[in-house]
Design a protein around this ligand. Structure first.
Ligand SMILES: Cc1cc2nc3c(=O)[nH]c(=O)nc-3n(C[C@H](O)[C@H](O)[C@H](O)COP(=O)(O)OP(=O)(O)OC[C@H]3O[C@@H](n4cnc5c(N)ncnc54)[C@H](O)[C@@H]3O)c2cc1C
Length: 458
């Protein structure tokens, strides 16, 4: 069998599927093949349906503030199906001194929030006078230096909600490159943000973005992208090499060849294949694992209005946070019932995932019933243990990005994207895949775009 293609994509998660989508659009005559280790597409994106409840194993949605993701929704007509939960309408809470307190959604609300003392609020403006330090720092060190240590519980909540990570380990340069650039160029984050807002004043006022999902669950996104693609399932790649100007991709007993190779894999899976081309600075990067405790209640449960809450480590709680799923999206629970999803584990507490399902459910219930009114036992419970962990962009990450840049420079036709390289969210994945395709269609690696200033929504 002759397996020669223009482009081979390794991995059919959202990164690989998005790359295939953009390739079909930009280079319709290109012969593209996706090689997927598993029997299904979607990787971390997987929905769970039982007894009228609809939950997610992995991601619970993506914000509609990324042009590349919106392009996919429009191309596939999925925007007509998408359900939106606008950040402007739904409150988010943080557990603060044992109570749920609303997170300020707008900058001016910071002045009235009980989450920070009057002194801590004033200290935030210390950022205007503190000179940027060029060296990389942990997110915690950086935030405490610029805005004062009282903001750390909020920073913690933000990285719990995104990375389920530890702010004392995550790298500011890797996690927020755009914000760092703004700080270094303007001498202060606040000054940089003000300048940016001023420059954008003429543009129409932007609303806060909305979280997107689908009535069938997030799996709908990958189901639609799967259609019409040339995908080889149960085809795990074991080795890659460049030979006679072509990429040779080995799977069990077969070789696939192509001029262009897109590695659309989580960082650690990518490193296992790339290390034969060039030794990486670290063999593997840390990942954070969580489990999702799906709980259904009758409507006697009083769940606060909004998206959910996050609990910083200093609150010493068992549960990292809870999503109020049936508030966010309709049809997540049968009529007259409510669904919430509680997250357990994370970078700091992997040992909690060793507990049995029964024990996890019991400890979650003990914890959350002190924060919400849950007069009756759940009528439904299920512990979902996703096999994917969330890659942690810690202090070694900038070195990993240099490694990737060096590899892509040394090897023509190699494009590396996927979970944990340029971020961890679905929008980051789609953006990165789109960039790889733009480079392929331009005949090689394009100029790297400026790092975007990512807003922190949690
Ligand atoms: C618990 C959890 C919650 C999350 N929540 C959110 C959220 O709310 N919002 C958000 O935006 N993002 C969230 N994310 C992140 C989001 O899921 C990822 O950004 C995204 O799914 C990564 O897609 P990917 O295609 O890069 O990787 P993956 O989804 O991991 O897909 C990689 C694919 O490659 C395949 N593969 C691996 N090795 C090989 C090989 N050797 N050969 C061939 N195929 C191979 C795998 O089988 C898999 O199908 C969450 C992630 C997790 C784990």
């Amino acid at each position: 069998m002759v397996n020669i293609y223009d482009v081979i994509i390794i991995g059919a998660g959202i990164s690989g599927l998005a790359a295939a989508h953009f390739l079909n659009k930009k280079m319709p005559s290109a012969k593209v093949c996706l090689l997927e280790k598993g029997e299904r597409v979607g990787g971390a994106i997987k929905s769970y349906k039982k007894d009228g409840f609809l939950a997610e194993w992995g991601p619970h949605g993506f914000l509609d503030n990324s042009p590349e993701s919106m392009e996919i929704l429009e191309d596939t007509c999925l925007y007509q199906e998408a359900q939106q939960a606008p950040l402007g309408d739904f409150h988010r809470y943080v557990c603060h001194r044992g109570k749920l307190v609303q997170i300020p959604q707008k900058p001016q609300k910071i002045f009235t929030t009980p989450l920070l003392s009057p002194w801590a609020k004033m200290r935030v403006f210390g950022d205007l006078w503190i000179r940027p330090e060029i060296r990389d720092q942990t997110l915690g060190e950086w935030a405490a230096r610029r805005f004062g240590k009282d903001v750390l519980p909020l920073v913690d909540a933000a990285v719990t909600g995104s990375f389920s990570g530890d702010y004392n380990r995550l790298s500011i340069n890797a996690v927020m490159p755009g914000l760092r650039k703004l700080e270094c160029e303007n001498g202060s984050v606040l000054r940089g943000l003000k300048k940016k807002m001023k420059a954008g004043k003429a543009a129409p006022k932007k609303r806060l973005p909305a979280m997107n999902n689908f009535p069938q669950g997030l799996e709908r996104l990958v189901e639609v992208l799967e259609k019409g693609k040339n995908i080889r399932y149960s085809t795990g790649v074991t080795a890659v090499k460049k030979e006679d100007g072509l990429w040779r991709v080995a799977v069990d007993g077969e070789i696939f060849s192509a001029a262009h190779l897109v590695m659309a894999l989580p960082v650690n899976n990518g490193l296992s294949l790339l290390s034969s081309l060039k030794k990486p600075p670290v063999a593997q990067i840390p990942v954070s694992r969580i489990c999702n405790v799906v709980l259904g209640f009758t409507d006697s449960a009083v769940i606060p209005y909004g998206f959910g809450y996050l609990a910083p480590e200093c609150e010493k709680r068992f549960t990292l946070g809870v999503m109020f799923s049936s508030h966010m999206f309709p049809n997540r629970a049968p009529e007259g019932k409510v669904l919430i999803e509680a997250l357990v584990g994370g970078r700091r507490h992997p040992e909690r995932l060793e507990l049995s399902d029964e024990e996890i459910v019991a400890r979650v219930l003990d914890d959350i019933s002190l924060l919400m009114e849950l007069p009756e036992k759940p009528i439904f419970s299920k512990v979902l243990r996703p096999s994917s962990g969330i890659p942690q962009l810690e202090m070694d990450h900038p070195k990993m990005l240099d490694y990737r840049a060096a590899l892509e420079k040394e090897y023509d036709g190699l494009y590396i994207c996927g979970f944990g390289w340029d971020g961890i969210g679905i929008n980051d994945m789609i953006k990165s895949s789109s960039k790889a395709v733009a480079a392929i269609s331009a005949g090689g690696r394009g100029k790297e775009g400026a790092a975007p200033v990512k807003p922190v929504y949690f």
